[in-house]
Design a protein around this ligand. Structure first.
Ligand code: UDX
Length: 433
């Protein structure tokens, strides 16, 4: 099929490459000239495992092109809108500027029978509004909403082998076109749910709200564990054996961040307030508050370990991205903690395998060091706040010989407390005795 993907960020660049690998003819469109130049040269504009390989594969097949000109999308039959919907400045609402702009620029170029497919996460009601606009301005085209559930770090696999497909459609034809797009996944038995626009939009925010709630639940348990001497990790293992609960997304720590979970739960509550249903989602405000409190807990723990006097002390922050296997620092709890400690006068040195460039762009006031050993040298306190494999695998004996004072906060509960204490460290986890 001939496909265009509008927006070539974490979602669109992977989607465009994956669709070409699956055999479609794809053009990726973005207003960012630098990004398009990189993609044309088959260079991923951000770190995502496996993207370089599928980008190279798709580019050499001749089925993948990139452009800054929306007119180059005109020959496509299916157009994916994959632009960002960040939190609006100064409010909790999702900012739809980019979705509306992409849609408006695309409409004049739609061929007879074209299908516009929204992938971006939007407030419920958006697809209905855009469908009405399409009916007025391009009645020869139609609209579907097809939310995306990819996780950063696993985006290639999640796109090539999704765990479910959700189509919000206005008619059966749109569903059959999407079936042709996703033929490989459908033939492999991927569950597919065909529904209305509102349900499709809600599936996405409901899924993220549930995941966020699960994380904040276990973080709330970690607060109780801290006060009572219980171990939240053993608690998570024990309740996780109940198949109705499940162990995944029950890791207590510094909390969730990234470009999706935080802004999606806020956008969802703002939309519920707007619908006069604020009470229905009031619990998500608590989920957000628990999550932000985790960052403060780590900062307070750090200040406590530094005897209440962080001023001038060398604090090493291991990891600045919002999770491992990503260079994304959007709403990163790790970076937030680093910035707060620096604000309290600590001599903060941050390191990360992939995120330094993005972190420096947002917080140039922090000191960044590429090498982990270099960062650790002379540390008076170590904070592990993003659980990259290389930090999980640190040898406590060896690291003890690098630092000035062996004190560590395990903000992701990924280290073995006994091994670190045996090597002479003061170890503090989150909700671990
Ligand atoms: C999320 C959803 O998982 C994905 O389906 C959706 O499409 C986009 O949003 P992503 O933002 O890539 O994906 O990250 P995810 O893996 O969900 O992690 C989100 C945050 O939660 C990270 O900061 C992570 O460190 C944190 N987390 C996750 C925890 O603190 N504890 C856990 O047990 C799991």
């Amino acid at each position: 099929m001939r496909i265009s993907v509008i927006g070539c960020g974490y979602l669109g660049a992977v989607h465009a490459s994956a669709m070409a690998v699956l055999g479609h003819d794809v053009v990726g469109i973005d207003v960012d000239e630098r990004k398009i130049a990189q993609l044309r040269a088959a260079q991923p504009p951000f770190f995502e495992p496996g993207l370089a390989e599928i980008l190279a594969n798709a580019t050499s097949s001749g089925r993948l092109a990139f452009s800054t000109d929306i007119e180059d999308a005109a020959t496509a039959d299916v157009h994916f809108i994959a632009v960002g919907t960040p939190q609006s400045p100064g409010s909790n609402f999702a900012d739809l500027t980019y979705v509306d702009a992409a849609f408006a620029s695309l409409v004049p170029h739609l061929r007879e029978g074209a299908l516009v497919v929204g992938k971006s996460t939007v407030p419920v009601g958006t697809a209905q509004r855009l469908a009405a606009l399409l009916a007025a301005r391009a009645p020869h085209a139609s609209l579907a909403w097809n939310p995306e559930f990819l996780r950063e770090g696993y985006a290639v696999k999640d796109t090539l082998e999704p765990d479910r497909l959700v189509y919000g459609v206005g008619d059966d034809h749109a569903a059959s076109v999407l079936d042709d797009v996703y033929r490989t996944a459908i033939d492999a038995g991927t569950p597919r749910i065909v529904t209305d626009y509102a349900t499709a939009e809600l599936v996405k925010v409901a899924a993220n709200a549930f995941l966020a709630t699960k994380i904040s639940f276990i973080n709330a348990m970690s607060e109780i564990a801290d006060a009572t001497g219980a171990d939240v990790t053993a608690l998570a293992d024990a309740i996780g054996h109940d198949a109705r609960i499940g162990r995944r997304f029950l890791n207590a720590g510094v909390g969730f961040g990234g470009g999706c979970l935080p802004k999606d739960i806020r956008g969802f509550t703002a939309r519920a307030d707007e619908l006069g249903l604020g009470e229905s989602l009031a619990f998500l405000k608590e989920v957000d508050a628990i999550n932000l409190r985790q960052r403060q807990r780590v900062v307070d723990l750090a200040v406590g370990l530094l005897d209440g006097a962080p001023n001038g002390k060398r604090v090493v922050v291991l990891g600045v991205t919002f999770k491992p296997e990503s260079d994304d620092v959007r709403d990163s709890p790790a970076l937030d903690v680093a910035v707060q400690l620096r604000g309290l006068g600590a001599d903060v040195v941050a390191t990360d395998p992939e995120g330094i460039e993005n972190a420096r762009g947002r917080h140039p006031q922090l000191a960044y060091v590429e090498s982990t050993d270099e960062a650790l040298r002379g540390a008076e306190l170590v904070l592990l706040v993003t659980e990259w494999r290389e930090y999980r695998d640190l040898d406590p004996q060896r690291v003890a010989s690098l630092v000035a004072t062996p004190r560590i906060i395990d903000g992701r509960n990924v280290l073995d407390p006994d091994a670190w204490r045996a090597a002479g460290w003061v170890y503090k986890g989150m909700g671990r005795p």
